[in-house]
Design a protein around this ligand. Structure first.
Ligand code: FAD
Length: 497
């Protein structure tokens, strides 16, 4: 079964017409926007030519066998450079920015298949976490592995494990950690750390070769004793548990990770509070989590916008073909008004994620590792040469250098900017995912039986969309986050969280 992309939509959705803010930005940053446009075009070509035939057939395979793993999708992504595209060029990737490029690409992906985004999202979350630890040694190791294995039968991807069976929402906000019922704990031993506990609902877990794992050394004082570890498959004491049987986004596995006296060597510790005992580093975990959530909640906003657009595209496509009382739906005024509402939802969601992305770029503007290097740096052959030299790697990978980068990163984002990133990214996530659900609901009602049939793709996108309101903090929690980081700052004496 194949789902054909609806090509007559292409003229309607062109880059300039739908991203007017980027057209304005192009006047000031032409090279940057040119790169974003190029990466968006590459993404679109990849989706049309290589992913489109797999969307419905892979979903059916999951329905027939819940233990099915979509290696085929991961393989096409690897072979077309999708797994390394956000790694800087000088580190062996394609050099598209983890910021603006990633956001517009996510919208494009989700318009075709929200579930494929879920698979790529696990890998993206893992990458964002590695970037935010500023551990250049492990970042280079991960980049090298992605590049070396992207053409393999089972390409190299990573994931990021935060959620525990007894702590979901409470580990999505630094402020809630003191209330969280954590069951995972790391212990310092000579030469590294030993991990114990279970993580659940980890996207891409059964596909990943390495896992970024976040757990504290002391559950009672989690924020001040947090550790971030890279655990490889095959490490004694680490195993994969069950794969969740979830209602949608089946292409991306949601996995249980089990740690039983799992020894992580020192060189695989991405960041641990006790590596930097000075007081100024105590806030480091807050920055890691805020940075990761800022990026990934904006990303869920973009992914949701694509999902809202996907529901609209499918509804429009069918409205041109289905007849009601002898007239094609598209010619009926009530249908035109409904389709317009769906389109408005897409535009509102897009505005929210782009504004959030601009807040992120402003907040992290001095840290291009997070927002993306300008093309002339990312593509620099001198830097690429430097990054291959052992003496340079040794210098860049030293604990001293890690300390300098952390110090610089921590001091280059102000409290105000951090708060803005927090509430804007929550806003993008809430607006986008609510709009995605609303459009799926409208499309299903609008199309009658066609909306319920698997081969039309609407019932699948409906199942996929619901999950967007839950992860990266539920929408309820994100609403509270907007209140805390925005409204409460302008009100006195209000208790929050
Ligand atoms: C498909 C999928 C993929 C995922 N991928 C990952 C991943 O890759 N890595 C990862 O670490 N996690 C992942 N998660 C986990 C996800 O982040 C959690 O499901 C989410 O944070 C919610 O936690 P919970 O499910 O435990 O719900 P709970 O925390 O049990 O919440 C239940 C309800 O209570 C409400 N609630 C809870 N606490 C509060 C509070 N303090 N204030 C107000 N309301 C509250 C919630 O809003 C919700 O309505 C994934 C989840 C899904 C569904």
């Amino acid at each position: 079964m194949t789902y054909k992309l609806n090509f007559d939509q292409d003229e309607r959705f062109d880059f300039d017409g739908n991203f007017p803010s980027l057209a304005v930005l192009a006047k000031y940053k032409p090279a940057m926007v040119k790169r974003v446009r190029k990466s968006w075009e590459d993404e679109r070509n990849f989706l049309r030519e290589h992913l489109s035939p797999l969307v419905l057939s892979e979903d059916l395979k999951h329905a027939q066998n819940p233990d099915h793993i979509s290696w085929e999708m991961l393989r096409v992504a690897g072979r077309h450079g999708r797994l390394s595209q956000y790694i800087p060029g000088f580190m062996g990737g394609l050099g598209n920015s983890l910021g603006l490029s990633m956001m517009v690409n996510l919208e494009e992906q989700a318009a075709l298949d929200c579930a494929f985004c879920g698979m790529m999202g696990g890998h993206g979350l893992g990458l964002a976490a590695v970037f935010m630890t500023f551990n250049m040694r492990i970042l280079q190791r991960v980049a090298d592995q992605i590049a070396a294995h992207q053409n393999d039968e089972k390409p190299y991807v990573i994931d990021c494990a935060i959620t525990e069976p007894t702590a979901g929402t409470d580990v999505e906000e630094v402020e809630l950690y003191p209330k969280a019922r954590l069951m995972c704990q790391a212990k310092r031993v000579s030469g590294g750390a030993v991990l114990n506990g279970r993580k659940v609902f980890i996207s891409t877990g059964h596909m990943a070769t390495d896992h970024v794992v976040i757990m504290p050394f002391d559950q009672r004082d989690a924020v001040n004793t947090m550790g971030c570890f890279l655990v490889s498959n095959g490490t004694p004491g680490f195993s994969l548990g069950r794969m969740e049987r979830k209602m949608g986004q089946k292409a991306g596995s949601a996995s249980e990770l089990i740690f039983e006296d799992c020894l992580v060597p020192e060189e695989s510790i991405l960041l641990a509070q006790d590596q930097f005992p000075e007081e100024k580093f105590q806030e480091q975990f807050r920055m890691l989590l805020h940075g990761v959530l800022g990026i990934t909640r904006t990303a869920v906003g973009a992914w949701s916008t694509g999902t809202a657009r996907g529901a609209f595209d499918r509804a429009l496509y069918l409205a041109k073909r289905i007849k009601h009382k002898g007239r094609t739906l598209i010619h009926q005024q009530w249908a035109q008004a409904l389709l317009t509402n769906m389109h408005i939802n897409v535009m509102m969601a897009r505005g929210a994620y782009l504004e959030s992305q601009f807040a992120l770029m402003r907040g992290f503007e001095k840290i291009p590792l997070v927002t993306g290097f300008p093309p002339w740096i990312s593509d620099s052959s001198i830097l690429a040469w430097l990054f291959r030299q052992n003496w340079y790697r040794k210098f860049l990978h030293s604990r001293w250098m890690h300390r300098q980068i952390l110090d610089y990163a921590r001091s280059s984002i102000s409290e105000d900017q951090d708060a803005r990133v927090q509430f804007m990214s929550s806003l993008a996530k809430v607006v986008g995912s609510d709009m995605a659900m609303e459009n799926c609901q409208l499309a299903t009602e609008f199309l009658g039986q066609a909306g319920l049939r698997h081969d039309q793709g609407v019932e699948k996108i409906f199942r996929d969309a619901k999950l967007l309101q839950i992860f990266e903090g539920t929408n309820q929690l994100n609403r509270l986050n907007i209140f805390t980081h925005y409204l409460a700052r302008h009100l006195s004496g209000v208790e929050v969280f």
